[in-house]
Each structure stands twice: as C-alpha cells, then as structure tokens.
Design a protein around this ligand. Structure first.
Ligand SMILES: CC(C)(COP(=O)(O)OP(=O)(O)OC[C@H]1O[C@@H](n2cnc3c(N)ncnc32)[C@H](O)[C@@H]1OP(=O)(O)O)[C@@H](O)C(=O)NCCC(=O)NCCS
Length: 183
C-alpha cells in the first residue's frame, strides 16, 4: 500500500514498503543517521549490516505478513524509515517491536507521525498483530511525545539499555494494544 501525504512544509511525502532495489540507499541512510542522533542503537558506521544481508531482510519482510520495512520518501530521497518485526513462533507472532528514524534535516515536519500512523493502520489490517512494542531512551522527549500522541503508554523500564561514551542509558518499554471492533 503506497500512501501520499503532504508535509507541514508542503513538500509531498510518499510512504511505501522497501524493495530490493532500495538496499543500497537504505544502508547509506542508516550510516548517515548513525552520526546524527545518539537516540538510536548504533553510531556512524556501526550499523553492521552488509548489502546482501539487507537484501535478504527486505525479501523476508516482503514475504512475511507480519513484518514491515517502510520508507518515507521526499524528493526521491529516503527521509525516514520504520522497521517492524515479529517472531515467527506462533506464541509470539502477535506482538512485534519497531524502530523509527528520520533524517535530521526532515525533523519536525510530520514524517515520524505519518510513519507511525501507517504502522498502526497496517497492524490493524493484518488481524494477526495484537500488540506493538518499542523501547526508547528515557530522555528522548521528542520520540516519547510522538509515541504518546498515538496512544502508546510506558509499560516498564530497563536499566543500562545502551552504553554511549562510557555512560549507561536507561530505556522505557512502551506499548500499544491493537484491538479490532467486531466486524
Ligand atoms: C523521533 C523522531 C522519529 C520524530 O520524527 P519527526 O518526523 O521529527 O516527528 P514529527 O514531526 O511527526 O513530530 C511528531 C511529534 O513528536 C513530538 N515532538 C517532535 N519534536 C519534539 C520535541 N523537540 N520536543 C517534544 N516533542 C517533540 C510532538 O508530539 C510531535 O507532534 P506534533 O507535531 O503534532 O506536535 C525523529 O526526531 C528522529 O528520527 N530522531 C532520531 C532517532 C530517534 O530518536 N528515533 C526514535 C528512537 S526510539
């Protein structure tokens, strides 16, 4: 499902699932954003996934009804991404975790909101996903506000989730139940 939206600065936004041909641009995106934010679990050049692994990951997500690799595109450039995964095990397949990132130059114009709204609509349509989880640094106010805006609540906290420059950073576990009204 491709979505077309207009951003707060009036630029057109396209949200779509990743394809094999995006693999190289996706790696460049992650390598770039690793140096733009200390709110994600890797620094510049630390993404640690090569092109073949990325292609395999995209193929798996296309084949799986409970995985999603989303690209937010502005002017043919990857401006943001959201990745959602569940376990394949039947007892765990109803719940998955996502990660989201937007290139710094595109922050605050609504891309994160559009990506998250897409994920929630998609999850409802799967009929399989019943819970969306995430973890976020306790001091990442922008991301926490974004998640709370879409109904996520804090469910727990883990200590020493990341270690950056010798400092341990705690994380909140947040979640959103996905329930369907009767048909
Ligand atoms: C967090 C992130 C994904 C938000 O993306 P974005 O495209 O800037 O988000 P939006 O423009 O849609 O803003 C969404 C909401 O976030 C909140 N928000 C954004 N910036 C904020 C800030 N500086 N302070 C407080 N709240 C903020 C607001 O609630 C906003 O909603 P509103 O515009 O209706 O007021 C983006 O900043 C990012 O990629 N950061 C680095 C990586 C990261 O932190 N990822 C999340 C890891 S868990």
């Amino acid at each position: 499902m491709i979505q077309y939206r207009t951003l707060k600065n009036n630029l057109p936004l396209t949200i779509r699932s990743a394809e094999r041909s995006d693999a190289e641009q996706i790696l460049a995106f992650f390598n770039e954003i690793g140096g733009e934010s200390e709110n994600i679990p890797f620094g510049p050049g630390e993404f640690g996934i090569n092109i073949d692994e990325k292609i395999t990951f995209i193929d798996q997500s296309i084949a799986s009804p409970t995985q999603l690799v989303l690209i937010a595109e502005v002017s043919d450039e990857i401006a943001g991404m959201l990745t959602f995964n569940t376990s394949k095990r039947p007892r765990l397949q109803h719940a998955g975790e996502f990660g989201i990132s937007v290139r710094r130059k595109y922050w605050h114009i609504g891309i994160g909101s559009h990506l998250l709204a897409y994920l929630i609509d998609w999850a409802k349509q799967t009929r399989t996903i019943r819970k969306i989880n995430l973890r976020v640094r306790v001091d990442n106010d922008a991301a926490i506000s974004l998640y709370e805006k879409y109904g996520f609540t804090k469910e727990g906290m883990i200590t020493r989730d990341m270690s950056i420059h010798g400092e341990f950073i705690d994380a909140y576990l947040m979640g959103l139940p996905i329930d369907h009204s009767a048909p």
